[in-house]
Design a protein around this ligand. Structure first.
Ligand SMILES: Nc1ncnc2c1ncn2[C@@H]1O[C@H](COP(=O)(O)OP(=O)(O)OP(=O)(O)O)[C@@H](O)[C@H]1O
Ligand SMILES: [Mg+2]
Length: 460
């Protein structure tokens, strides 16, 4: 419900307006002096302030100035007597939103309030839209065919009917943010989607970024600032790279999720959270919980619904449709007419391990399209990719398989061998002969090891 604060020393005007506006569905508060009005505004900011120019203690202008210092975007409608015309114009220059004459005509007042609220809404929307590139986020914008992706589509459908907290996990470039946006656009398309990268901002700033701060709450806080949770309104706050959030802030976030309200930094008033929260990470949060690096109670709150996006190398059937989809997009952006990639290139793509997943594919295609002469992208258009890229396992992934099974316990050689063979079998597409070549062992040795570790080889 939009709120209105009426500041006028004339008690009868205050009462009449309060009655009328309350009936119109607004939350109304009144004050009979400039100081009282200011105090009320600072402790509980109204969406619109109706302000008399002539007040007993301070004049309306300085109240306007103070209000604007507290919140630059405050919508103030000045009430003035006719002979105040010139001062009124000055008031407009001083940042008033509108002015109306005494005696107050309710239709005129109604109109001014509606305009002010509309403008407020637009401003908030724009702030939300700043993080939003201009394209649609329909389910059709997610390319995916296999079983795992089908399950993800189903989950997207289900969570779009509610406002459940969703945790999206997946390697970098697998489409975590894309999926978050699709869910958002299916749930609350007219509300803001606000993404915050938890790793990109230092802890103290992140806190005020999320929860906002009051004027003077720390050096540099020259005015009140609304945090993302407030700006997102009934939309979505998307906390990206949640694994990087400090333990201290994790505790605060947990409290917000439990109570669904919070205080701005340096403030006492409770602010209600209406926004839906989605989080994303490319780390294994469960492991971080086990290692004591992430709060388990917070993990369970965030993990109400989890979506885990498989890496591209385990869903190679999507490579070709993704190329078609991405090329169509790139052609539009770059005014090109590229129709596809050569068979030879497709072969390399099908074997490549794609550490950067779909983002990497997209970047490669963009670069290739920029330089390509022909309509079909060939090997020479992708100088970054050689044939031997096909079975590379990145250093990061190798680190991952050496993780001890229990804290402080080192792996035996057998365990390392087993994990490495599993990884190569599971995450590459190459046949047994090629695997033996990569591992540098003979075919019988390979067969023996498969049997020893109980690894099944499903591809042949
Ligand atoms: N299934 C998909 N279909 C079509 N485009 C996709 C798909 N998945 C990802 N993309 C595109 O790939 C790019 C990377 O996706 P996105 O930014 O959502 O990934 P991310 O998981 O958030 O990556 P990072 O971990 O690097 O932040 C985007 O341009 C996105 O539109
Ligand atoms: Mg991302």
């Amino acid at each position: 419900m939009p709120s209105i604060l009426v500041i006028d020393d004339d008690v009868s005007i205050c009462e009449t307006l309060e009655l009328y506006l309350a009936e119109e569905g607004y939350l109304v508060d009144t004050a009979q002096s400039g100081t009282e009005g200011l105090n009320k505004y600072v402790s509980k900011p109204a969406d619109v302030v109706i302000l008399d120019i002539r007040l007993p203690d301070v004049d309306g202008f300085s109240v306007l100035e103070d209000l604007r210092e507290d919140n630059e975007n405050v919508k103030v409608i000045m009430i003035t007597a006719f002979h105040d015309m010139e001062t009124t114009i000055n008031a407009m220059k001083g940042g008033a939103f509108d002015y109306i004459h005494k005696p107050v005509n309710v239709d005129e007042l109604d109109m001014a309030i509606r305009k002010a609220l509309k403008s407020l809404e637009m401003e908030k929307k724009i702030e939300g839209l700043l993080t939003e590139p201009s394209r649609s986020f329909r389910v059709g914008d997610i390319i995916g065919t296999g079983n795992e992706m089908r399950e993800i589509f189903k989950t997207i459908g289900t969570v779009s009917q509610s406002r459940t907290t969703v945790l999206i996990q997946g390697e970098s470039g697998t489409g975590k943010e894309l999926i978050a946006k699709v869910i958002h656009h299916n749930t609350s398309p007219d509300e803001p989607f606000i993404a915050v990268n938890c790793s990109a901002i230092v802890e103290t700033l992140l806190e005020s970024e999320l929860f906002g701060h009051e004027k003077g709450s720390f050096t540099g806080a020259i005015a009140r600032k609304l945090g993302k949770f407030e700006l997102a309104r009934y939309g979505t706050v998307f906390l990206d790279e949640i694994s990087e959030m400090s333990i201290n802030l994790q505790a605060k976030l947990l409290r917000v999720l439990q109570e669904m309200e919070f205080e701005r930094v340096g403030g006492k008033d409770k602010v209600k959270v209406n926004a839906r929260i989605m989080t994303a990470t490319n780390k294994d949060l469960k492991t971080m919980v086990n290692e004591g690096k992430f709060r388990d109670d917070l993990y369970y709150r965030l993990n109400i619904v989890a979506i885990t996006i498989p890496p591209l190398r385990t869903r190679r059937q999507d490579i070709s449709p993704l190329i078609d989809y991405l090329l169509a997009k790139i052609n539009l952006d770059l005014h090109k007419k590229v129709i596809g990639v050569s068979d030879e290139m497709m072969d390399i793509f099908m074997k490549y391990h794609w550490p950067g997943n779909i983002r990497e594919l997209e970047n490669l295609l963009v670069r290739a399209c920029v330089v390509a002469k022909g309509q079909v992208l060939g090997k020479s258009d992708f100088p970054e990719l050689g044939a031997d890229d096909a079975v590379k396992v990145t250093p990061n992934e190798i680190d991952g398989i050496f993780k001890p099974s229990a804290p402080g316990k080192l792996l035996t050689l057998d365990e390392v061998e087993e994990r490495y063979i599993r990884k190569v079998v599971k995450e590459t597409d190459i046949n047994k002969g090629e695997i033996c070549e990569v591992l540098g062992i003979s075919r019988p040795t390979f067969e023996r090891k498969l049997e020893k570790y109980g690894i099944t080889f499903e591809r042949e």
